[in-house]
Design a protein around this ligand. Structure first.
Ligand SMILES: *[C@@H]1O[C@H](CO)[C@@H](O)[C@H](O)[C@H]1NC(C)=O
Ligand SMILES: *[C@@H]1O[C@H](CO)[C@@H](O)[C@H](O)[C@H]1NC(C)=O
Ligand SMILES: *[C@@H]1O[C@H](CO)[C@@H](O)[C@H](O)[C@H]1NC(C)=O
Length: 337
């Protein structure tokens, strides 16, 4: 064999190696569903292919979750992946993966991308987006201004991200948004008037709210407002009932109320038939907490958090001074000879 055909053959086999594995949908699902295992895709990476039946509308991609997992997973959800490789599915579910950038496809209707590393969601304000359901919980999003293009959203889950503030007009066009999850973020303040009027459920638990500004607020459809685990010291219930006339659930456990204040709020809520917890409250509190009407509050507020901080700092200070004194003494002993 001369060198040329040999080189040619080597080239062809190298090419087929690079082309590599053809992914196949796992059997056993509905013909509209394609479930894939350990798909690896990096932007501008090697060409990969999926044997995708034309009946498929929903794509689910799962990934190995062991700690020694060395698979690349999916680093970006872009138009090459959405259009060329997955053939424009209407529903996409890729959770617990490595996505850090989501290029929002205009024809996607339901997207579930929870527990990735998404910090950027790319949209174009001059395009129209079909998406009605978007779950991005457990990502790294801090800037949500690009979401303003997603006006057809009905459910938006942004729980457990890094959102510290809400830009005034992000939600303005989302006339059909009814469920909005913003729990486990870093919110300190919010203007409730930025939320759309159709909103029925607003989840704000585990943020840093110290007070609520409800002046001139009106959310006539809101039935659930979850305020658990914030730093509220009081709630102006007259303002709450005026702003949210249809409120039915106002979970308030784990805020910084004094016990008398917690009792007052809960009594007034029940007079208005508003529940202060969901159906599963058990009233089993830690020894450091106090309980009012089946829900728990941190007991340390009775002493005050700043006092605890001062105590910890004082103990640290004593330790540092003691260590300094000991080392001076040691050096002095060494230098005697
Ligand atoms: C918003 O979208 C633009 C254009 O698609 C993109 O360049 C930018 O990175 C996005 N910003 C965020 C915070 O996602
Ligand atoms: C909201 O829902 C209505 C009725 O289903 C629909 O006509 C409209 O296009 C939807 N989107 C927006 C942004 O209002
Ligand atoms: C609360 O519910 C009771 C019984 O359903 C009803 O009689 C009462 O008028 C309600 N109170 C308010 C303030 O809605």
């Amino acid at each position: 064999m001369s060198n040329f055909p040999r080189l040619f053959l080597a080239g062809v086999s190298l090419l087929s190696l690079v082309q590599g594995y053809e992914y196949q949908c796992e059997p056993g699902t509905d013909s509209t569903v394609c479930s894939l295992w350990n798909l690896q895709y990096v932007q501008n990476g090697t060409q990969l292919s999926v044997k995708m039946p034309s009946s498929v509308q929903k794509v689910r991609i799962n990934m190995e979750q062991y700690y020694y997992d060395r698979h690349l997973g999916i680093s970006v959800y872009d138009s090459v992946l959405h259009v060329t490789i997955l053939h424009n599915p209407t529903y996409v579910q890729i959770g617990y993966n490595r996505i850090h950038e989501l290029h929002m496809p205009t024809d996607l209707r339901m997207g579930e991308f929870k527990q990735n590393s998404i910090s950027n969601v790319l949209t174009n304000s001059s395009l129209s987006y079909a998406v009605t359901y978007l779950d991005l919980q457990g990502n790294s999003i801090d800037d949500i201004s690009n979401f303003s293009a997603l006006v057809n959203l009905q459910t938006l889950n942004l729980e457990n991200n890094h959102i510290k503030e809400i830009n005034g007009n992000v939600f303005t066009g989302m006339h059909n948004l009814s469920m909005l999850y913003l729990g486990y973020n870093g919110l300190q303040k919010v203007d409730f008037n930025v939320f759309p009027k159709a909103l029925t459920n607003l989840w704000l638990f585990n943020n840093n709210f110290k007070d609520l500004n409800l002046v001139k607020v009106s959310l006539p459809s809101l039935t659930v407002l979850d305020l658990e685990s914030n730093h509220l010291k009081t709630i102006d219930l007259v303002a709450v009932f005026a702003a949210f006339p249809r409120l039915q659930f106002l979970p308030i456990a784990q805020n910084d109320f004094y016990e008398t204040e917690a009792k007052r709020i809960i009594a007034e809520l029940s007079r208005h038939n508003v529940s202060h917890y969901f159906g599963d409250a058990e009233g089993i509190c830690d020894s450091s907490e106090y309980e009012v009407s089946k829900i728990c509050f941190p007991g340390s507020v009775l002493i005050g958090r700043s006092v605890w901080k001062a105590l910890v700092l004082l103990v640290l200070g004593v330790i540092v001074v003691a260590m300094f004194a000991a080392s001076v003494r040691w050096i002095w002993f060494q230098m005697r000879y």
